[in-house]
Design a binder for this molecule. Structure first.
Ligand SMILES: *Cc1c(COP(=O)(O)O)cnc(C)c1O
Length: 799
């Protein structure tokens, strides 16, 4: 949009006055933030309205992204950037004596997601809007987002995230578009007099779902998409009748809290309720919109609507759409089923067995009696149809209902026309191993869509210094098309470019060093290697492997005070699920090891260890630009894709990583020598599984370095971990090291050494860093979302 500085200043001052009856001199920072957000909202509202008109008039097919999590982070700067007014507003505010960043920082992170899954959903929302793809988000407006993490005495402490307490300037409550969702009670089928069986209900619990729309502003275009988040309330006509506090509380609970778990299935009733709540409300709204605006018979739904099931949490989309078509629109089963399968598509995000969602049949039956009947019927018909074609073995292994449980992945695959994994390796593993039986039955449904990141946030917003260097080196086209960064390669021997890249990195490191000084009280040297591992804490991600290497360096320094090690700062950021005891023990151990090392005068500046509390999107925006090294060290085959690996690459960090998830594609893109690869590959891991011949204790007993490091957990060397130390020690020895940490240790140390050697050659290192940036184009989620739009949803970009 066009905006002059003068106009902006007028708008801003006027808004302060109309909103808060105050002038700039007297306004506090919260008032400034609210007024600024409100001005920005007014700027995009017109575009939003016009784009809605366009969508209404053109009647083109739209996609709906159902996700129980979104993780957008802060919206202000992203909205300013995408509107093309970031610089104008920054300068205008500066004229008024206000620093944009000090205001923007006050916006609470919108953290209604746990990690990669939710962040991916938000990257997709940004990229869809920015590429003109009509994609509607659909989720839950949790009153409390992911917990805030504090570190107290080295332990994780969880605090509630009341992110809405100052209001949310971006959302629009649409009480006129509320729908009811019902639970429980009894259902039976009754002849309606025409020979048709219709469901009758009794004693149902009714909940009102109220939508809150948050606009997703496209980057310098005319698209503004919508992310709809549902809040649960008591239906209005029940207000008086049900002055029942329990009922009120229960209803509010539905959208109160995000489940803080990651990659772990939690079979609690409230979660199942949440899943049906946003699925039912979202589908009801979509169908109503279709009927009232598209005005075509419901049987043509699949020509106008695509629904995406992001992981299995929204799998109830399948039976819920069936219910709507059959019960509310009188469509015959076969026809309804064909429509449903055409409309639905599904992304699988993990092969970890503990993450596979399945619900006890009894629970589904009592909470969602009609949905249960429909799932039974889907299962029954499919079994009857397939038995003669593929045989009992395959039919049984892929059934939706078995062993008294409803298998949500099976429901998602069977009820949709597309199942995709999120990186090449992951999609291959789905076909070859995890979902092999499904692949035999439905080979045409399986495909890969390698993840990506919204590069605007992770470079233009998070790393303005680097962005400027890139502009000056290759022009600005990369800001619209990340593939343009390929032009950088021509500059890889250009001393001037390399020096400017180094200078930008140094500035970003200074910024992080300041943050660390202020928040951790630790002084770190910006000349040291900044070696970063930030992601959820999970055993399979192997933060522990990183820790063992740190201890090795520590003992090397202790043993040989004159040893020549290049100074390093190891930086961690990680939340553990509140119920994940082992992960919390690792956090405690990291903090105690950090204390031990940082305060040891023998170590000095050679080694620092920093745990940055409350890792979230905004922290990532400070930490990742400052990284020299990104740690992507999961056990091969366990990390479906990873996306922080892509953020690091974009910011010129070199990856030390296993051949897992999208690391493999990053390695191929960056090129040999520009990526430090180590460890078992997935075939070797599967070979161990087949043979069952891994013996971690042998390594402990035979490798003196490993022996000494592990002993440090139990012999008092690392202080204050008398409970956690033995737990970790036992996991690696007695319990045979589930994720092959000890098996990969030596090769990891070797790769770390290679990395250090390269870092000492500043030119060679910076060249390798440049090669990472130059080849990151593929990992833009603009690319990913276009692939979904073309190959799965068949929706067109707005031209
Ligand atoms: C990108 C991101 C993640 C995902 O990180 P992985 O290393 O891919 O697991 C998690 N949390 C936040 C806040 C992120 O920005």
């Amino acid at each position: 949009m066009k905006l002059t500085k003068k106009q902006f200043k007028q708008d801003f001052e006027k808004r302060l006055s109309t909103k808060f009856a105050i002038d700039i001199e007297k306004a506090g920072p919260q008032e400034k933030l609210a007024a600024l957000s409100s001005v920005v909202k007014a700027y995009y509202s017109k575009i939003w309205q016009e784009d809605n008109e366009y969508k209404y008039e053109s009647k083109k097919k739209q996609a709906y992204y159902f996700s129980v999590e979104f993780l957008p982070g802060k919206m202000l700067k992203s909205n300013l950037l995408n509107l093309g007014i970031l610089d104008t507003v920054r300068e205008g505010l500066a004229d008024l004596g206000i620093e944009l960043d000090s205001i923007a920082r006050l916006e609470p992170d919108m953290a209604i997601g746990n990690g990669g899954l939710g962040r991916l959903a938000s990257c997709f929302m940004d990229s869809a809007a920015s590429t003109g793809i009509p994609l509607n988000g659909n989720g839950i407006r949790y009153s409390y987002g992911l917990f805030k993490q504090k570190i107290v005495d080295g332990y994780q402490v969880e605090l509630p995230d009341a992110w809405l307490s100052n209001g949310n300037p971006w959302e629009v409550r649409r009480s006129d578009k509320a729908f009811e969702v019902t639970f429980g009670g009894e259902v039976w089928l009754e002849d309606d007099g025409t020979g048709k069986l219709r469901p009758k209900y009794r004693n149902q619990e009714r909940v009102l779902a109220v939508p809150y729309d948050t606009p997703m502003v496209g980057f310098e275009n005319t698209t503004v998409n919508n992310m709809c988040l549902w809040k649960s309330e008591v239906p209005k006509d029940l207000d008086l009748q049900f002055q029942n506090l329990d009922y009120m509380r229960q209803t509010a609970m539905l959208s109160a809290e995000l489940y803080p778990d990651n990659s772990n299935y939690d079979g609690r009733l409230l979660r199942l309720k949440q899943e049906y709540f946003f699925v039912s409300a979202g589908l009801q709204r979509l169908i109503k919109h279709y009927v009232s605006t598209i005005q075509r018979p419901i049987t043509h739904l699949a020509d106008y609507v695509s629904v995406h099931i992001n992981d299995t949490h929204p799998a109830l989309c399948v039976p819920e759409l069936m219910r709507i078509l059959i019960d509310e629109y009188d469509i015959a089963w076969e026809r309804a089923w064909n429509i449903t399968v055409k409309v639905m598509s599904y992304t699988n995000h993990t092969i970890l067995s503990e993450a596979l969602e399945k619900w006890p049949e009894e629970m589904v039956k009592s909470l969602l009696p009609r949905i249960y009947q429909i799932i039974l019927e889907i299962d029954r018909r499919r079994t009857a149809e397939l038995l003669p074609k593929v045989g009992a073995k395959l039919v049984h292994s892929t059934r939706i209902i078995k062993d008294g449980q409803v298998h949500m992945a099976n429901l998602s695959i069977i009820g949709s026309h597309s199942t995709n994994g999120v990186a090449k390796l992951h999609s291959d593993l789905l076909k070859d191993v995890e979902l092999h039986d499904f692949y035999l039955i439905y080979p045409e449904r399986f495909n890969n869509k390698t993840n990506g990141i919204a590069d605007r946030r992770w470079s233009q917003i998070a790393n303005e210094r680097l962005s400027t260097v890139l502009d000056e080196t290759v022009g600005k086209a990369w800001r619209h098309n990340l593939n343009e960064l390929k032009l950088l390669e021509a500059h890889k021997n250009d001393t001037n470019t390399l020096e400017r890249l180094q200078a930008a990195k140094f500035d970003d490191k200074l910024r992080l060093a300041d943050y660390i000084k202020e928040n951790n009280g630790i002084t770190v040297d910006p000349n040291a290697i900044f070696d970063v591992q930030v992601k959820r804490l999970h055993a399979y991600k192997r933060q522990l492997l990183n820790v063992l290497h740190i201890l090795k360096l520590y003992f090397d320094i202790k043993d040989q005070p004159d040893i020549d090690v290049y100074p390093r700062v190891f930086i961690f950021g990680a939340k553990a699920a509140p119920g994940y005891h082992y992960a919390k023990s690792i956090i405690k151990a990291i903090n105690e090891i950090a204390n031990m090392i940082n305060n040891d005068p023998d170590v000095g500046n050679k080694l620092k260890v920093v745990f940055i509390a409350n890792y979230n999107v905004s922290k990532a925006e400070i930490i990742i630009p400052a990284a020299n090294v990104g740690e992507q060290i999961s056990l091969a085959s366990k990390e479906a894709s990873g996306t922080s690996n892509m953020k690091f690459m974009l910011n010129g960090a070199l990856t030390i990583g296993t051949l897992d998830g999208a690391n493999i594609e990053i390695f191929e893109a960056a090129g040999k020598g520009n990526f430090f690869k180590f460890g078992l590959d997935k075939d070797e891991v599967y070979e161990y599984y087949r043979n069952g011949n891994y013996n971690a204790r042998d390594i402990y007993e035979q490798n003196p370095v490993v022996h000494r490091i592990l002993d440090a957990f139990v012999d008092g060397t690392i202080p204050n971990i008398s409970a956690e130390g033995p737990e970790i020690f036992e996991s690696l020895t007695t319990y045979n090291d589930e994720y092959f940490v000890l098996r990969d240790f030596n090769d990891y140390v070797r790769a770390q050494k290679d990395l250090e050697t390269l870092y000492k050659d500043r030119t060679a290192w910076t060249k390798a860093s440049l090669m990472n940036i130059a080849n990151v184009g593929k990992f833009s989620s603009d690319r990913t979302i276009k692939e979904y739009a073309d190959a799965i949803w068949h929706v067109e970009e707005k031209k």
